[in-house]
Design a protein around this ligand. Structure first.
Ligand code: GCW
Length: 652
């Protein structure tokens, strides 16, 4: 098969393509808009108007003099039988066109008073964990479940502009405007993208630019040593600073609109400022200074923790690490240094509380990072639509007055779930995660269910009543909660097989150095993170949430084992004991997957055969894997606790 059109099949352009449209303005992004409309008209018999006439149904007008890409907002109105989109920047016009595409026929009915649309945050980015050269353990794409990289193959740029261009188009259609093209774990080959191989990055930047997407690069903190031959990478050393300034100048010669650097430092073995006794603000600010003359930013990741912890040491708590490292530095970061924080304090588990760091650094620009690639959520073999989780995170009022989405002034970032798979994302239904991320980054307050409906409508068709809409929706809508039910319970996390992280292994990380433990014994399970008797993590929140999480009586059920170690007969707010909750949810989770598989089977004939078959096949694996999770978790806790299932189901 060719490349899947995902949420931009030709049919999605019917309403625009069958009408006459006038595009006013000039510049590269306006050219993109014109080309999009032209292609739609070729498919559906409409016209692209030129000149001054007023015989048109749709006006797409750039109101500014230039097609600067930064103007991202647009206005939309329908009056006197005409639909009008105006924007002061090229990006805004492009987003306005895709708005009309999403509305379909509705954009050409009745009348709508002028509306203004603009994104809540300026940076909406995908980070690719793509290696240029195949890594012996992690492969071409670290935590990638969609085949190889879109950008790189076997140590080289793939040089396939059509595929990259099609990707940029999909991203623009959901509002994403930035892409980091290589893994944050920067190995030797990848390091050179910064210097003698910058041309390969420039190629990607050039292909993505017409869709309003800026290119960013992950760099190694040790670059002055490994690329520049200096004896040190000390951020306060004048030679090091000069090296970065010169390297950055050359990057901007190649890519004038380059977005900036992404850095994982002092994390999981990556080099960083600690080696020189410098702070992370010193490190980030050095790169910020190199980027500042060109308007670039450094995205400095806050994922810093001890990954060589002794499991016997009960006082070290990985959940505390980001806050402990970074909160004392609040106010020290340069304006163009963005601290990029994972949404939870651990590592993209199916359920975590919101990272307390997000509410605790008022003088720092924060970006919040989520993981579209499903490392811990089924690896794109399981259906797991993450919209509701991300929406809960973004709407969470971490401070009394502000939600996470409001505090993410430095941007919203997702680790990409895309590869060279013909469906882009391995599991065809995982496309919904990519689309949903883009739309929630544009509007963190949006209703994720409405976003899901949009995605289904665009991807599968919008014919009212008929078609697979209801079935696809029911398969995806509750799939995150279903996944949670059959995997690690009540926020405790992990229980995955070490290394690749797919499938259950309850004690897989229990005696490991990674800091991810559940502490189950014959009496109970969970991590005591209270201030009173535990690691004190609960005290990292502002007063209101610290109080809620401190006590098992007020802690929400779904996070109980994240914050507390409780006996198996502890009664949840739901009225069930913890042990019975574990049994019940694991049986329910599998039943829900089996039911979803039947719904999908019933859509044969309503969904194109290739897509239908791929998802049907993946459902077999999901059912197998979910049963394995259920039986391992239930048996483990039955054996530990000795408590039988009150409903008498089989435990092993
Ligand atoms: O979740 C962990 C992953 C690593 C990843 C790391 C990170 C890129 O297992 O593969 O490394 O997070 O976010 O840096």
């Amino acid at each position: 098969m060719g490349i899947d059109p995902a949420w931009l099949p030709s049919a999605a352009f019917r309403a625009v393509g069958s009408r006459s449209t006038l595009v006013r303005g000039s510049g590269p992004l306006v050219d993109t808009v014109r080309a999009e409309v032209g292609a739609a008209c070729r498919d559906f018999g409409g016209r692209v108007e030129h000149g001054a006439g007023d015989d048109f149904d749709l006006l797409l007008e750039l109101t500014g003099d230039t097609d600067g890409t930064d103007g991202e907002g647009f206005t939309y109105a329908r009056e006197d039988g005409r639909t009008t989109v105006t924007a002061s920047g090229g990006r805004g016009l492009l987003y306005g066109l895709f708005h009309v595409v999403r509305l379909g026929e509705e954009a050409f009915r009745g009348s709508t008073a002028r509306q203004t649309h603009r994104p809540a945050v300026g940076l909406r980015m995908l980070d690719h964990w793509d290696n240029v050269a195949v890594h012996p353990v992690m492969g071409q794409v670290e935590r990638g479940y969609a085949g190889g990289s879109l950008f790189w193959r076997d140590g080289r740029a793939r040089g396939e502009p059509e595929r990259v261009r099609a990707y940029g188009r999909l991203l623009a259609a959901c509002g994403i405007n930035a892409v980091a093209v290589n893994n944050v774990n920067v190995h030797a080959t990848e390091a050179r993208l910064l210097t003698d191989r910058i041309g390969e990055v420039a190629f990607l930047a050039q292909v993505l630019r017409p869709y309003g997407i800026r290119t960013h690069l992950s760099v190694t903190f040790a670059a002055p040593i490994v690329l520049g031959g200096l004896p040190t990478a000390d951020p306060l050393d004048a030679r090091v600073r000069a090296w970065w300034a010169a390297a950055t100048a050359r990057v901007y010669e190649a890519i004038p609109d380059f977005g900036g650097y992404v850095v994982k430092a002092d994390s999981e073995g990556q080099p960083g400022p600690f080696a020189y006794g410098r702070s992370h603000a010193d490190g980030a600010n050095m790169l910020a200074a190199a980027l500042a003359p060109y308007g670039g930013s450094v995205h400095w990741r806050a994922f810093v923790y001890d990954h060589r912890q002794d499991w016997r040491d009960r006082s070290t708590d990985r959940a505390r690490a980001a806050y402990d490292h970074f909160v004392p530095l609040d106010g020290e970061f340069a304006d163009n240094a963005v601290l990029q924080v994972k949404h939870g304090p651990m590592d993209f588990q199916v359920r975590e509380p919101v990272s307390p760091l997000i509410g605790a650094m008022p003088r720092t620009r924060l970006a919040v990072e989520v993981q579209a690639t499903q490392e811990y959520t089924g690896q794109q073999r399981h259906v797991c639509w993450l919209g509701p989780m991300w929406s809960e995170v973004l709407r969470f009022p971490i401070q009394q007055e502000s939600s996470v989405g409001e505090l993410a002034r430095g941007g919203l970032v997702a680790v990409s779930n895309v590869g060279d798979d013909p469906y882009w994302t391995g599991h065809p239904l995982a496309q919904a995660n990519l689309y949903t991320f883009g739309r929630l980054a544009w509007d963190p307050g949006a209703d994720p269910g409405a976003v899901l409906d949009e995605w289904i409508g665009l991807t599968f068709g919008r014919e009212a009543g008929a078609g697979p809409h209801a079935g696809v929706r029911s398969v995806l809508d509750g799939s995150w909660r279903t996944y949670e039910k059959y995997t690690a319970p009540l926020g405790v996390g992990f229980m995955v097989q070490p290394g690749h992280h797919y499938g259950p292994s309850v004690d897989g990380y229990e005696y490991s150095p990674w800091g991810t433990y559940h502490f189950a014994d014959r009496d109970g399970v969970g991590v005591d993170r209270s201030v009173a008797s535990g690691t004190g993590f609960a005290g990292q929140y502002g007063k209101a949430w610290a109080e809620v999480y401190e006590s098992p009586d007020t802690c929400p059920d779904e996070l109980l084992l994240f914050f507390h170690h409780v006996p198996y007969d502890h009664v949840l707010k739901s009225g069930k004991t913890v042990i019975q909750h574990i049994y019940d949810t694991h049986f329910e989770g599998v039943a829900e997957v089996e039911a979803a598989r039947e719904v999908w089977a019933s859509l044969a004939g309503a969904v194109d055969p290739g897509r239908h078959a791929r998802v049907a096949e993946l459902f077999e694996e999901q059912v197998r894997s979910a049963r394995e999770w259920r039986d391992q978790i239930n048996s483990y806790f039955f054996r530990k606790s000795g408590v039988p299932d009150e409903r008498g189901r089989v435990l092993y």
